[in-house]
Design a binder for this molecule. Structure first.
Ligand code: FES
Length: 342
């Protein structure tokens, strides 16, 4: 049995390689035509130092302290020339993909379903073509989808779990928007080219309670994360706050609610900003933060939404002296490719 190693480069490109039992990550990457940074390959120089974001592994005892100190190892830094995985792992590589002679992967998928939700959003479901490999990604990551006939692309987070032949996206409807216009006349079976996956906004392993903060179609990556957590039988405490501008912008609430039956410690709240709304929770996400959860500390916060919301939440955390154990965020602007910042 081999393990899947996600190599997440500093420019957001992620490549997945298989690592055989007993094989070192550096060797597995090289076998997959990815030249990770290295000099000695003997645990002496430290050139291959990366950060293990998740997974189990053995570093052995053949490297020297100059290459990797005890403190660095305790923090999760690794030497890929010594690291032997014993599970799937995610490794942050502190150089660009191009410098390792690799880059984005391009794959094709066809339109299987287009489901508009009022004038707010569209659920787009793509099917991986028969015989083609299912693209790997980490829950929370995004791809660039080429808009046919435009020579341009838009970036969208997966809303489905890795490994499925069906790829889901939640796309904000933009009047005269490039993708929105194309989707309005697209039909099933049309082919799209996808490039990726990308982004450092993805779910990390851990036991801490999770606070998910979604703004508008920033809900998409959390749907992917929730599905992965549910399939893994997670018992983590998870609270999702899903904020939107208008009542009509609240989409897929039933899908979210279904996770309360699959995840024993999952709760969620929807929030509508429109003062004219009859929604029971009005205002901004920051007005509905679970103070008890945050006060207890040791909470991992994930935040995805438009820039003003992301900035407001960061300001809220700063002002209230809240320092989450982990804090990952992604801003996006609907008219331009998403900008991943985590
Ligand atoms: Fe020198 Fe790994 S390549 S320590």
């Amino acid at each position: 049995m081999s393990y899947t190693i996600a190599l997440n480069f500093e420019d957001g490109v992620t490549r997945f390689v298989d690592c055989k039992p007993g094989e070192k990550v550096l060797d597995a990457a090289f076998r997959n035509k990815i030249n990770l940074p290295m000099d000695c390959s003997d645990g002496v120089c430290g050139t291959c130092k990366c950060r293990a974001e998740s997974g189990a592994y053995d570093m052995g005892d053949e490297y020297i302290e100059d290459a990797l100190t005890e403190d660095e190892a305790a923090e999760g830094l690794v030497l890929t020339c010594q690291m032997v995985p014993s599970s799937d792992c995610v490794i942050a590589v502190p150089v660009t993909a191009a410098s390792c002679k690799t880059g984005q992967q391009v794959f094709a998928a066809t339109v299987a379903r287009i489901e508009p939700h009022h004038d707010a959003a569209v659920v787009l479901e793509l099917a991986v073509e028969d015989g083609a490999a299912v693209p790997s990604f980490l829950p929370g990551q995004y791809v660039n989808i080429g808009v046919p006939g435009s020579g341009d692309h838009r970036s969208y987070s997966f809303s489905t779990a890795p490994g499925d032949r069906s790829l889901g996206f939640l796309i904000k409807k933009i009047p005269d928007g490039l993708m929105s216009t194309w989707l309005a006349r697209a039909t099933t079976g049309e082919r799209l080219d996808l490039t990726g996956p990308m982004g450092s906004f993805y779910l990390r392993d851990g036991d801490n309670p999770l606070l998910f903060l979604a703004g508008g179609t920033g809900l998409a990556p959390f749907l992917s994360m929730l599905e992965v957590l549910a399939r893994a039988g997670s018992r983590r405490h998870i609270h999702l706050i899903y904020g939107v501008t208008r009542d009509l912008d609240l989409v897929l609430v039933e899908q979210i609610a279904a996770y309360t039956g699959r995840l024993p410690n999952f709760t969620f709240a929807t929030v509508v900003a429109d003062p004219a709304s009859d929604h029971p929770r009005k205002g901004w996400v920051t007005q509905h933060m679970p103070e008890e959860m945050l006060a207890a500390g040791e909470v991992d916060v994930y935040l995805c939404g438009p820039p003003p919301m992301v900035d407001a939440v960061r300001h809220y955390l700063d002002e209230n002296g809240i320092r989450p154990a982990c804090f990952h965020y992604e801003k996006f602007t609907p008219n331009a490719p998403q900008k991943a910042t985590a």
